[in-house]
Structures are given as structure tokens and as C-alpha cells.
Design a binder for this molecule. Structure first.
Ligand code: NG6
Ligand code: CA
Length: 492
């Protein structure tokens, strides 16, 4: 591995000496308008808001992509996901991060941290043909995590089991698990053949294969009955694992913990404590559940006396969506709630709400509250923490050091960045969005606009949040510069 020259790796001394813990919480499909911190009056998320109100509230923070797998790839590797042609993975896909590849977790390991990953993973595990009945490798533990307890892909995909350090949790060897994404196992029921099994929710598109816990999923599985997760208990299970990780932390070592919340991705099945906690049906209720999870973990840090020594980051893997494959009443009950916070598009979209996500950095007693519109991206955490810790980085990353912006000490973030949505690329500066012309359906099956425009378009996000007015005629030079920057990145 080629390392950058030493001057690039000089630590920010004060911070490096403290070696704070880092807890990175990443929600699944949570929109900019889904937390009350950005002004939404329709939902109350006090625990998440606390991070925003007492920490650095970033209003121009982006995921690298408008879907999960690519977005998480960018975050963990510091490389634009479209360079590797990543796409939403099935539950039995091989790990897409190379075992020798540098990752955010490796960066912290290199700096002496204990590292953990809990919750949604969605970067593949194993090498191709996964045998779920033996230790599965490679997985998070082979790319820099000392501990992991993950749901391998998404909650709507099989296998519906947790994998802890490569082993399926609670598996009975006499009832082995089999998974197939091409065809069903003979005689096994599906949502199509046995609709009466779908006691909790029915599909609106896709999601009609194996039925687990009354919920039809994508993909077929059989066996592993004692290991199947309970959707209603998932928030409890995952937050407990996070708390355990914190409890087991040696006093003389810092930690880096990646906590992938499963909310509010479909299927939205809140614990009974949260059912009816909003008027928005399950989508609102699971957001309140996610907020509870954040509160639980913060309380644990407080209880252990660790809060002032822990940087808590909160963000989301991509923008929001209402109907993502189940008839769960989300579109019907949304009411006045604007999950996009005024931005256009949402999950899958090249418009702004695809990648502009909630993004807060909280460090009690160290960072002052500021609201900052610095343009930053999740993949920048890698280079920024490398500076904080005085650690070298490999060459050729798309990660930029914006530690000062993340810590609210500067409003200068990126000059520009590439954003991706389902393989299509756009370009952002702090104020402008450039959307190249692409072909394809303008609205996805979910009802979200894809951000497909007929001619190259430039939007001024300051005066036109909803991207209604193409101002390219007035800003030809700027548009040319942005297009050239996009091409330069593409050809790198
Ligand atoms: C789509 C699924 C959607 C969701 C998404 C992944 C269908 C029709 N749609 O293919 O329900 O699972 O993949 O979401 O199957 S993500 O947030 O993990 O990227
Ligand atoms: Ca997602």
C-alpha cells in the first residue's frame, strides 16, 4: 500500500492526543425532513435533535449515492462507489470491499482503536456461494472490524438472521439455512402461493418470495427457524448489542463503532411500544423508534462516563421513500409531513433529496453548536479522521479532509462533489446542482422522481430548493466548469 508523504498526515495535535471514541450512527432511508432538527413540525425526534442542537448541524451534508450499498461503500472506503459499479446487493452477494482494501475501520484500528459494526451492513459477505451454517468469511471482521453483529443485507431480503462475527446467531445445526435468489425450494410457501401467511403486511411491488414472520421478502430461504430475527424486536436487539460493545470496551482503549439503524427502511415493523406514536403510521412510528435507539445509546455513554470523550455522528445512507414495496399505508398517512425537507426527489433520485441527508456531529464539551452549510460528504470522514489521528492514507481516494467543517470551525467544505443515483452521475457545488441529461423513466416505481432531465440542467439551490428552474442559460461558464469537473472525475 502506497502511503502519502508525512506532511499530509501530521495530526491535529490536541485532538490526536485525546483519541476520542467515535460512534457513527447511520439510519436507513431517513430523509432530510424526517428529523425535527431541520424544522419539521410534524415529527418529534428529541434524541437525534439533541445531537443537532448541541453539536454541528450540517445542512449540506451528502451521502455519495442515493441507495444503500453504494452509499455505504463510499462511506467505508473513501472511494466514489460508481468507480466500482456498485449496486443494491442481494442478501447472498459476496463482500464487495477487498480484504486488502483500506477502510474507515482499518484507519481506526491503525490508530489503536477497537472497532465494531452493528446493524445494517449491505456490502455483501462471503466469497460467492455462502454456506450460512459455517463461519462466513470474508465479512466485516476481515476488513477492519474487531467485532460485528450485522443483518447481512436489508430487512426486506433473506436470510432474515443476524450474523455475529461471521456466525448466524441462534442457529440450530439440525435445521440448516439455505438461501436462493433465483428459485424457490420445492414445496416452500411464498407470498404468491400462500397469501394467508402474510399476516403483517402485503407487497405493492416485488417482495413476494419467502414469508418470514408474517412478512413476504425478496429471495427464498428455508430452515434456520431458531435463528430467524423478530422484526418487532430488532431495535431492542441491535441497540443491546451496541450497548454491550460499549460495556465491554477496555478502559485504556478508544473505540470506533458503526451502528447501522434499520429504520425507516421497509418493512416498517415497530415494536409495540411505538405503534401509534405518530399519526403517520408505521413509517412515522419507526422513526420515533430510531430516535429512541439513539437516546438509549447516548444514555449508555453517559452512564459509563464516556459521553464527553465520544464523537457521535448521525446521518442516513440515502434519501427517503414512502412506498418502497409494501402496502404499509405510508403514502396514505403521511399528511403534512415533508420527509424531503423541501428538496426534490428522494431515494433513487439524482435530485437533491436523493443524497442530501441529515448530518450531525456531536461532541459534548468540545464542539460548540453551529449550523453550517459547508458542502461535505460521508466519504470525507475518512480523510478527516486520518488528520485528527495523524494517520497516513493510501493514495487515490475520493475522501477529502474537512475536519474543520465537520467540527464547525470552518464553513468551507468541498469545492465540488459527484453524486450518484442508480448509476447516473450529477455534480454539486455548495450552491449549485448540475444534472446531465439521461434517458429512462422519470418517476420510479416508488413514486419518487428520479432526477432525469431532458437537457443538461443547472439549479441554484439557494433560491430554488425544489429544482424547478434550469438556470443554465444564465450561468453557461459555471455549468461548463462543473461538467468538466464531473468528466475529470469520471476519467480519473
Ligand atoms: C429495491 C427494493 C426496495 C429496497 C431497495 C434497497 C424492490 C421492488 N425494491 O430493489 O424495496 O429494498 O432495493 O434499499 O424490490 S436500500 O436502501 O437498501 O438501497
Ligand atoms: Ca437505504
Amino acid at each position: 500500500m502506497k502511503l502519502l508523504p508525512l506532511f499530509a498526515a501530521l495530526p491535529s495535535l490536541a485532538w490526536a492526543q485525546e483519541r476520542p471514541n467515535v460512534l457513527l450512527i447511520i439510519a436507513d432511508d431517513l430523509g432530510y425532513g424526517d428529523v425535527s432538527a431541520y424544522g419539521s413540525q410534524t415529527i418529534s425526534t428529541p434524541n437525534i435533535d439533541r445531537l443537532a442542537h448541541e453539536g454541528v448541524c450540517l445542512t449540506n451534508g451528502h451521502a455519495s449515492s442515493a441507495t444503500s450499498t453504494p452509499s455505504r461503500y463510499g462511506l467505508l472506503t473513501g472511494i466514489y462507489p460508481w468507480r466500482r459499479k456498485t449496486n443494491i446487493l442481494p442478501g447472498d452477494a459476496p463482500l464487495i470491499i477487498g480484504e486488502r482494501q483500506f477502510t474507515l475501520a482499518r484507519l481506526f484500528q491503525q490508530a489503536g482503536y477497537r472497532t465494531g459494526a452493528v446493524g445494517k451492513w449491505h456490502l455483501g459477505i462471503g466469497q460467492g456461494k455462502v454456506d450460512w451454517n459455517h463461519t462466513i468469511k470474508p465479512g466485516p471482521n476481515e476488513i477492519g472490524f474487531d467485532y460485528s453483529c450485522i443483518l447481512p443485507a436489508t430487512v426486506d431480503r433473506v436470510p432474515c438472521v443476524y450474523v455475529e462475527n461471521g456466525n448466524v446467531v441462534g442457529l440450530d445445526p439440525n435445521d440448516p439455512i439455505e438461501v436462493n435468489y433465483q428459485k424457490n425450494f420445492e414445496g416452500q410457501p411464498t407470498g404468491v402461493t400462500n397469501p394467508e401467511l402474510m399476516t403483517k403486511v402485503t407487497p405493492s411491488h416485488g417482495h413476494n418470495n419467502s414469508v418470514i414472520n408474517g412478512i413476504p421478502r425478496i429471495g427464498f430461504m428455508r430452515g434456520g427457524r431458531s435463528a430467524l430475527w423478530n422484526d418487532e424486536e430488532m431495535a431492542n436487539f441491535l441497540s443491546d448489542r451496541v450497548k454491550q460493545f460499549i460495556d465491554q470496551q477496555p478502559a485504556d482503549q478508544p473505540f470506533f463503532l458503526y451502528y447501522g439503524l434499520h429504520e425507516p427502511h421497509v418493512p416498517r415493523i415497530p415494536n409495540s411500544r411505538f405503534v401509534g406514536s405518530t399519526t403517520m403510521g408505521p413509517r412515522g412510528d419507526v422513526i420515533v423508534e430510531a430516535d429512541w435507539c439513539v437516546g438509549e445509546v447516548i444514555r449508555k455513554l453517559e452512564e459509563r462516563g464516556l459521553l464527553e470523550n465520544t464523537i457521535v455522528i448521525f446521518t442516513s445512507d440515502n434519501g427517503p421513500v414512502l412506498d418502497d414495496g409494501y402496502r404499509d399505508q405510508a403514502p396514505e398517512l403521511v399528511g403534512q409531513h415533508d420527509m424531503n425537507g423541501g428538496y426534490r426527489g428522494g431515494k433513487y433520485s439524482l435530485y437533491e433529496a436523493g443524497t442530501r441527508v441529515p448530518f450531525f456531529i456531536y461532541w459534548k464539551g468540545h464542539l460548540r453548536h453551529v449550523t453550517s452549510d459547508a458542502l461535505v460528504a460521508q466519504q470525507d470522514l475518512m480523510a478527516s479522521f486520518a488528520r485528527m489521528l495523524g494517520q497516513p492514507l493510501p493514495e487515490g481516494l475520493d475522501s477529502e479532509d474537512h475536519l474543520d467543517a465537520f467540527f464547525g470551525k470552518s464553513r468551507k467544505g468541498r469545492q465540488g462533489m459527484v453524486v450518484e443515483a442508480v448509476g447516473r452521475l450529477g455534480y454539486r457545488t455548495k450552491e449549485y446542482a448540475l444534472l446531465p441529461a439521461y434517458k429512462g423513466a422519470k418517476v420510479s416505481i416508488t413514486g419518487n422522481e428520479m432526477g432525469i432531465v431532458d437537457t443538461l440542467s443547472l439549479f441554484d439551490l439557494r433560491s430554488d430548493r425544489h429544482q424547478e428552474r434550469n438556470v443554465i442559460g444564465r450561468h453557461k461558464k459555471l455549468a461548463r466548469r462543473m461538467q468538466a469537473a464531473l468528466e475529470a472525475e469520471r476519467n480519473k
